[in-house]
Write a protein that binds this ligand. Structure first.
Ligand SMILES: Cc1ncc(COP(=O)(O)O)c(C=O)c1O
Length: 417
C-alpha cells in the first residue's frame, strides 16, 4: 500500500499503553465478536478462539522452514495433513502440505499440475485451466504467476458448473479443470462426480477447490446434510485445497493442499543450491513459515474433534436453513440456487438488493455482495446462530425502508462512498 513516511519513535512505549492503542484502533472495525460480519471471520466461540490464540502464542517464534530445528512443527504439520487426508478419503500414498491460505494452496496445486505436465514433455507456456465462472480468482492469480491462462465457462441455470460447456471448452492445451466445493459466490457445490469423469475421459487434472468446504462438508454429511461426493473417493480428483482458517476455525494463515500421490506432490517442491549457503528446498511458496499458524490449527483440530466439528456444522447449517426459509417467504425476495452449507447469496425481484445491503451495513451487519445475479452474500459462522432472528428483523426493516424510499444502489453507493 502507499503510505506517508513516518519516523520510527525514538523511544519505545510500554506494552499496556500500546495494548490500549491497539484496542482503540479496532474500534471502527466490523463487530465480528458479536457476529455482525458474515465474511472474513469464522467465529466458533470464545473457547475455540482462546485455544487458537494460546497455541499460536506458544509457537509464535518457531519457524517451520527448519524441520530439523523444529521437529515439533514437523510432527504437527504431519498430523494435520494426515487428518485432512483421512477426512477427504485419500488413497494410501497420498500427500499434502500446510500453506498460508487458500490462494497459496491453489497456486501450489496449479504449479504441481503444470510441472507434472512439463515433466511429461508438454509445452506448458500459456497452457489452459478451464474453470467455472464462479471459481475463485486465486486460479487467475495462479495462472498469471505461472505463465498459464484461465478459461472461465458460464455456469448452468442452477448456478453450478456446466460440465457439458466445460467439456466443450477443453482443448489439447488444457492441463487442469476445476470444480468448487462450494464456490464462493453462491455457496453451491459443483457436480464434482461428473467433472471427475470428464477429467478421466480427457486425461486432464481435476482440482477441487474445497477451501470453504473441505473441513466442513464431511461433518455436515455426517449430520445428514445431502451433499454429493467431492473428495478423493472420486478417481478423477487429483488435488484438493481446504482452508483451516475458514471452517477449520484455526487462526489466520492456515490452509491445506492435498495430492492423490506423493509423486504428484513432489512437483510442488522448489529446490535451489547454486548460491553460497547450500541447498534450499521448500515445499510451499513461503520461505519462513509461521509456527503459530501450524500450532493453532493442530490445537483447534484436536480441541474440537469430530464431535465438535459436527456440532459447529449443525449450528451453521441450521442457521443457513433458517435464513433461506425466512428470505424465500418474504415477498419479492429469493435465494440464489439451493445452498446446503454455510454460504449463501440472496437477491430480489422487486427491490434493489444493493440498497438493502446498504441499510443492513448501516445497522451494523457487514457482508459481501454478488453481482451475477445481484445479491447479498452471507458466509455464516457458528456464532450467527445466536443473532439470526435479530438479523432477519433488521432485514425486514431494511426492505421496508428501501421499498418506501425507492432507494437504488446508486444512492447506496453515494452514501457509502
Ligand atoms: C472457494 C474459495 N477458494 C479460495 C479462496 C481463497 O482463500 P484465501 O483468502 O485464504 O487465500 C476463497 C476465499 O474466500 C474461497 O472462498
Amino acid at each position: 500500500m502507499s503510505a506517508s513516511r513516518i519516523p520510527i519513535p525514538e523511544k519505545g512505549t510500554d506494552w499496556p499503553a500500546l495494548r490500549e492503542r491497539l484496542v482503540a484502533k479496532g474500534a471502527r472495525d466490523v463487530d465480528w465478536r458479536r457476529a455482525r460480519t458474515a465474511v472474513y471471520v469464522f467465529h466458533a466461540g470464545d473457547d475455540v478462539l482462546q485455544v487458537a490464540k494460546d497455541a499460536y502464542a506458544l509457537y509464535s517464534s518457531e519457524n517451520a522452514l527448519g524441520p530439523m530445528a523444529f521437529p515439533s512443527l514437523q510432527s504437527m504439520e504431519a498430523e494435520v495433513v494426515g487428518m485432512g487426508l483421512s477426512l477427504l478419503r485419500a488413497p494410501e500414498g497420498a500427500a499434502g502440505s500446510m500453506t498460508s491460505g487458500g490462494t497459496e494452496s491453489i497456486l501450489l496445486a496449479v504449479k504441481a499440475c503444470r510441472d507434472e505436465a512439463a515433466s511429461r514433455g508438454a509445452d506448458t507456456n500459456g497452457a489452459e485451466i478451464v474453470i467455472p465462472r464462479s471459481a475463485h480468482p486465486a486460479f487467475d492469480k495462479a495462472a498469471h504467476y505461472l505463465g498459464l491462462r484461465t478459461v472461465r465457462v458460464p455456469v448452468a441455470a442452477d448456478l453450478r458448473a456446466d460440465v457439458a460447456a466445460m467439456a466443450a471448452a477443453l482443448t489439447p492445451r488444457t492441463l487442469m479443470i476445476v470444480g468448487s466445493a462450494p464456490c464462493f459466490p453462491y455457496g453451491l457445490v459443483d457436480p464434482i462426480a461428473a467433472l471427475s469423469e470428464l477429467a478421466q475421459e480427457r486425461g486432464v487434472w481435476l482440482h477441487v477447490d474445497a477451501c470453504v468446504g473441505g473441513w466442513f462438508i464431511p461433518f455436515a454429511r455426517r449430520n445428514g446434510v445431502a451433499v454429493e461426493d467431492f473428495d478423493f473417493s472420486l478417481p478423477g480428483v487429483r488435488s484438493i485445497s481446504a482452508d483451516l482458517h475458514k471452517y477449520g476455525y484455526a487462526a489466520k494463515g492456515a490452509s491445506t493442499v492435498f495430492h492423490r500421490s506423493e509423486a504428484q506432490w513432489r512437483h510442488q517442491i522448489f529446490t535451489f543450491d547454486d548460491w553460497p549457503a547450500g541447498g534450499m528446498t521448500t515445499p510451499t511458496m513461503a520461505g519462513t513459515r509461521p509456527g503459530g499458524a501450524i500450532a493453532a490449527a493442530w490445537a483447534v483440530l484436536n480441541y474440537l474433534g469430530v464431535d465438535g466439528y459436527r456440532e459447529k456444522a449443525r449450528l451453521v447449517c441450521e442457521t443457513r436453513a433458517k435464513l433461506c426459509d425466512a428470505i424465500r417467504a418474504m415477498p419479492g425476495m429469493l435465494v440464489h440456487g439451493d445452498p446446503r452449507l454455510g454460504l449463501m447469496s440472496y437477491g430480489s425481484t422487486q427491490h434493489d438488493v444493493f440498497a438493502i445491503w446498504g441499510r443492513l451495513v448501516r445497522r451494523g451487519w457487514f457482508s459481501g455482495l454478488t453481482t451475477e445475479p445481484r445479491g447479498v452474500h452471507q458466509m455464516l459462522s457458528p456464532a450467527h446462530a445466536g443473532v439470526a432472528d435479530e438479523y432477519l428483523a433488521d432485514l425486514r426493516d431494511a426492505i421496508a425502508e428501501v421499498s418506501a424510499s425507492g432507494e437504488t444502489a446508486k444512492d447506496t453507493k453515494a452514501q457509502y462512498a
